[in-house]
Design a protein around this ligand. Structure first.
Ligand code: NDP
Length: 272
C-alpha cells in the first residue's frame, strides 16, 4: 500500500495492509502532531475518534477529518489529568466504532522550557498526564486490541532516551513512557500476543507549542509536524517495534554513550 497521498507534498511508501476502515483512537488530537495524525488517518479512510480537552477545537478537527475522507470522525473530550477520563474515552471509542484497531497515545500536558524550579507538584501533575494516563488508556484498550489483533502506537521523544537541559519534568515523563512500553513490548512478545506496540522517537517538530518554548533557545532544527505524523502512522501500520524521526534521532541513540564527555559538551552548546 502507498501512503504517499496521506499528506500533500509528502511522499512516503509502505507495504502495510490498508488503513481503510481501521478503527483508530488518537489522543491529544486538537493541535500539533495529534491533529496531523488525525488528518493522516482520515485521508487513508480510517474511522477516527479524537480526544483532548477543548471541545470547540476538536469539533473543527473532526469536521476536517470528515472532509478529508474519514469513514467516521468523532470526538470525545477528556482530561488526562483525571483518573476517570482515560477509561471513559476508550469506552466511548470502542462503543462507537464497535472495537478498536489502533490506540495512538500522543497527548502531553503543558510544561515550560526552563531550568527546573523545584516545583514537585508540577512534576507529579505532568507524570499523571504524560505517563499514568498512557498506562490507563493502554490497559483499558488492550482487551479490544487483543480481539482485533490491533496496535498501540506511542508517540515519544528523543528526550525520553537522551536528556538535555531545561526539560526535566517532561524528560522524566518520557523516560517513564519509554521504560513502561518497552517492558510491555517484551511481555506481549513472551505471551505471543497479536497486539503490536510501536514506540516512535521524535526529535524537534515544528508544532506551535514546541516552537513557543524553544524559539531562540536552541540550534536544533525543527522538522514538519505533518511529516512526523505520517512517519508515526506508517510505523504503526507496519507494526514496527520502534521508529525514529527525523533521521538524526536514531544516530543520536546509537552513539550516545560512545564519548560522554564530548556528548555533554555538544548538548550544553546546543541550548542557550
Ligand atoms: P501539543 O502541545 O501541540 O499538543 C498537545 C495535545 O495534548 C493537545 O491536543 C492538547 O489539547 C492535549 N492535551 C494537553 N493536556 C491535556 C490533558 N490534560 N488531557 C487531555 N489532552 C491534553 O504537542 P505536540 O504536538 O508538540 O506533541 C505531541 C507528541 O509528540 C507528544 O507526545 C510529544 O512528547 C511528542 N513530541 C513532540 C516533539 C515536538 O518537538 N513537538 C518532539 C518530540 C516528541 P487540549 O489543550 O485541547 O487538551
Amino acid at each position: 500500500m502507498v501512503l504517499c497521498s496521506a499528506l500533500t507534498g509528502t511522499r512516503a511508501t509502505c507495504s502495510a495492509g490498508s488503513l481503510r476502515g481501521a478503527r483508530v483512537l488518537v489522543t491529544g488530537a486538537s493541535t500539533g502532531i495529534g491533529e496531523q495524525l488525525a488528518y493522516c488517518y482520515a485521508r487513508l479512510g480510517a474511522q477516527v475518534v479524537i480526544t483532548a480537552r477543548r471541545e470547540n477545537v476538536l469539533q473543527q478537527v473532526a469536521r476536517r477529518c470528515a472532509q478529508l475522507g474519514a469513514q467516521k470522525a468523532l470526538y470525545v473530550t477528556g482530561d488526562m489529568a483525571t483518573t476517570s477520563d482515560p477509561s471513559r474515552v476508550v469506552k466511548f471509542a470502542v462503543d462507537e466504532l464497535g472495537g478498536l484497531d489502533y490506540l495512538v497515545l500522543n497527548h502531553i500536558g503543558r510544561y515550560s522550557f526552563s531550568p527546573w524550579s523545584g516545583d514537585v507538584h508540577h512534576v507529579r501533575g505532568l507524570m499523571e498526564v504524560n505517563f499514568l494516563s498512557y498506562v490507563q488508556l493502554a490497559s483499558a484498550a488492550l482487551p479490544s486490541l487483543e480481539k482485533s489483533k490491533g496496535s498501540i502506537v506511542v508517540v515519544s521523544s528523543l528526550l525520553g532516551e537522551f536528556p538535555t537541559p531545561f526539560t526535566a519534568p517532561y524528560t522524566a515523563t518520557k523516560f517513564a513512557v519509554n521504560g513502561f512500553f518497552c517492558t510491555l513490548q517484551h511481555e506481549l512478545a513472551m505471551r505471543s500476543s497479536d497486539v503490536s506496540l510501536t514506540i516512535s522517537i521524535l526529535g524537534l517538530v515544528d508544532t506551535e507549542s514546541a516552537m513557543e518554548k524553544v524559539s531562540g533557545r536552541t540550534r536544533v532544527v525543527p522538522y514538519p509536524a505533518g511529516e512526523a505524523a505520517l512517519h508515526v502512522v506508517r510505523a504503526g501500520s507496519l507494526r514496527q517495534k520502534e521508529s525514529f524521526y527525523p533521521w538524526y534521532t536514531h544516530l543520536v541513540c546509537l552513539v550516545r554513550d560512545w564519548c560522554p564527555f564530548f556528548r555533554d559538551v555538544i548538548i550544553r552548546n546546543s541550548y542557550y
